[in-house]
Design a protein around this ligand. Sequence first.
Ligand code: GLU
Length: 609
Amino acid sequence: MHPAAANPIHRLLDEVYAEVQDLDDGEVATYIPELAKADPSICGLAVATLDGDVYTAGDLVPFTIQSVSKPFIYALALADSGPEAVLAKVGAEPTGDPFNTISLDDLTSRAHNPMVNAGAIVTTTMVAGATREEQFERLLSGLSAFAGRPLTVDESVFESESATGHRNRAIAYLMRSAGLLDEDVEQQIANYFRQCSVVVTARDLAVMTATLANAGVNPLTGVEVIPRDVVASVLTVMATCGMYDYSGEWLYRVGLPAKSGVSGAVGAVLPGQLGLAAHSPRLDPQGNSVRGVAACERISERLGLHLLLPGERVRSSLRRTYRADTVRSRRLRSQAQRGVLDAHGAEIVAYELGGDEGFAAVEPLVRIVLEDDKARWVVIDMRRVTRIDRAALALLDGLISQLTIDGGVVGIVEPRSQGARVAVRELAPRCPRFSDADGALEWAETQLLHEHGLDDALPEELVPLAEQDLLRGLPEEIVTAIETRIVTKVFHAGTVVFEEGDESDGLYFVGAGQVAADVRLGGRGGRRRLSTIASGSSFGELALVDGRPRSTRIVAIEPTICFVLSPEAFSELWDASPEACASLAMAIARSLSERLRYSTADVASLEQV
Ligand code: GLU
């Protein structure tokens, strides 16, 4: 175990903490007498990750949250009252005026935005609660949920703020005159003062901003504090209005949505990655923490966190394209069926996607698929898709509709990843779904074969030995020599023909019905189907070649009739008719080598990635 300080994030925070110690310009806020008592030398830094790890440096002392409460309360108001109701009273326009300006947006008669006092006082009244007391409960429990622990109010700061907050009262009465607040202005403004007096540490603030970074879910507690769909609105007003009259330059230099407050706190959000917090009471002329801003600028600069830095170009997510003339499902097919698949398999095309799907990742696929006029069955294999956004869903939806209009048939292989699978379920609900590409290919092949009149044989039609794939074309005497040595076995649907590890009891020809071969998966358990084997095909050839225990399990999936040539019968045949044996051995070798060739083609097509 390395010491905590060995972690590069700790080291970075310690370095930045040491560097900003030298900055001692700026003044502690004094307009609220209690705040004037803050120790100006204090400086604390914290970074919280979305796994719930919190890295800190410096002094993690408690302080009142002040205006840093505003984005969190705005989030609660959006969650409780809905964006329409909130937007009707509070806009999203930066003011260019001080945070405590006594003004309304003249054009719209709304408060300019929720990050200035006018807007914040209004959003405080828009959280759930039948009374002002209940609303305060909601404000406090909401902030606590963001922090992941119960928070309290510093009553002396509240008293001090309430006793001197005449300007805020003036703002509140202006809001009242515009119909944005109710009659009980004093209770409403008291809730606002109380909300500003909630006590946090830099650590709490990092967890709170990490909750916004984590789409509204607290990374420590796992609690969904606000719905995901209000997060973008909160981050937008933080990005444009969160740092008083320094907001534009802050975004320019640091590039993260953030909010600061008069107690010297700054909280910033890197969506999907981290929450950042700094606390140091000396304020610059714009009202932002001198050391807090300097620390955030350095951290953003050194880690390249600016959100608007040029991103990596997003590449196509198409990993592999193949057609059923070269790559087939694992289902064994008769010779006639294979002939049709050789000739027409190119009409079945599978596109394998992988990774995160967005506009730029999916657009090339759309173009390629629509340019392909040979494809009639299209398999969209999304098994390896990890995420899928709205743009990608819209493009895929449009693509599938167009293919359907053009007479094509689309099968979807669902993503393994749960989130992506749920998103994909909304897509083209009528398209057949598969859990893997093999199932989808088998489905498409069966449809293609049906069009060519080559449906799989029905169980009652017995495929005689002479017409079995393995024996087709062998001289009649040889087939007869084999025929006299086989036994017929009948299996009900669902019965196990043999298990993995069973002693080999012979070569099986499927006369009617169908069986499936599967293997047990190591580690995770469960089974994986390798192939389905229909009438006319055979299985268990290896029994005659190496005589070792079975490597797969075989289960009858329909009522099935098999002709079985046991190893004893085979050696008897060896004595009686060496030519019959040699022909059979050659046929087995051909069948095995054919399977090997398909596996090779399958592997070769992986090279297209
Ligand atoms: N309670 C303070 C006020 O409204 C908050 C100010 C701030 O942090 O911006 O005056």
